[in-house]
Design a protein around this ligand. Structure first.
Ligand code: CU
Ligand code: CU
Length: 297
């Protein structure tokens, strides 16, 4: 099982894969909008044993927030009142633990939400940055590994420069529970962005929110390019200009970049085994300027 990903899928030939477009986790982040009355409301429904295809033909009984692994990307602005209702439709107790600053009783560790009941977490969104959220019921390793995690983006009040924005959660799946992951993925499905490359344009500024929720170090790497790095997304000035950065467990970062040349570029985890087992995809960088020139010579 361990080598299945790399044997079955050769990353250089993304041909004949079976993920259809409707299964692909949309990496485009919804735009930042004002919260009505300063209140930002979300409902997260937990279900257990939702069939989740981690690779074409390989399904696991996932535990999900709103039916997907990872859960939906939540977005708020610093200072919003976040009101997040957890509905537990599972058979065991769950919680949501958010990273960030909030009162102890909103920390999602002690107050287990029983099956069939719900609970509303309410706190001020702060600080700005990328805040992971995940179930913290015991055994937490199992609840997270089964799929109960997601990304909360808190925007600074003054906003960030408008760009094309992508959210990318790095995680992995140990199908046979032998202690070693069998598939690694961007946004919950191995190789999905090899099947369905992410379209970009030459000169188009891109902001990628990246989070590592697996319990191994991950190294986001983009090809043919470099990125400006904002660790945890908690600052407005990049700290580094690089093309690899090790994200340790639960670490996250904003990567900003734009492509100078058109073509297909891999974006991957630089841990080669993770890449071979699914943590890779392609940016398909088009050249709209040239296309326009061709149309209007
Ligand atoms: Cu749980
Ligand atoms: Cu990795």
């Amino acid at each position: 099982m361990h080598t299945m990903g790399s044997q079955r899928y050769q990353y250089a030939t993304p041909v004949g894969r079976q993920f259809d477009a409707s299964q692909v986790f949309d990496p485009i982040v919804p735009p930042s909008t004002p919260a009505p009355g300063g209140v930002r409301e979300f409902t997260l429904v937990i279900e257990e044993d939702v069939p989740h295809e981690v690779a074409p033909g390989v399904k696991i009984p996932a535990w999900t927030f709103n039916g997907t692994v990872p859960g939906p990307v939540l977005r708020a602005t610093e200072g919003d009142l976040l009101r997040i209702t957890l509905v537990n439709k599972g058979k065991v107790p769950h919680t949501i633990h958010f990273h960030g600053i909030h009162p102890a009783e909103m920390d999602g560790v002690f107050e287990l939400i029983s099956p069939g009941s719900s609970f509303t977490y309410e706190f001020i969104a702060k600080p700005y940055g990328i805040m992971p959220f995940h179930c913290h019921a015991m055994p937490t390793s199992q609840h997270i590994h089964n799929g109960l995690y997601g990304m909360l983006i808190i925007d600074p009040k003054e906003g960030r420069k408008p760009m094309k924005e992508l959210a990318m959660v790095m995680s992995a799946f140990d199908i046979d529970r032998d202690g070693e992951a069998d598939f690694y993925s961007w946004n919950g499905r191995a190789f999905q962005y090899a099947d369905h490359p992410v379209p970009l344009q030459v000169g188009e500024p891109v902001r990628m929110y990246v989070m590592n929720i697996f319990e191994e170090a991950m190294v986001p790497h983009i090809h043919g390019n470099m990125y400006h790095l904002y660790p945890s997304g908690t600052g407005m000035q990049p700290t580094e200009y690089t093309d690899v950065k090790t994200l340790n467990i639960a670490e996250r970062a904003i990567l900003e970049f734009q492509y100078d040349y058109p073509g297909s570029y891999m974006f991957q985890c630089h841990v080669s085994e993770h890449m071979e087992q699914g943590l890779m995809g392609w940016f398909e960088v088009g050249d709209s300027v040239k296309t326009t020139e061709r149309r209007n010579p």
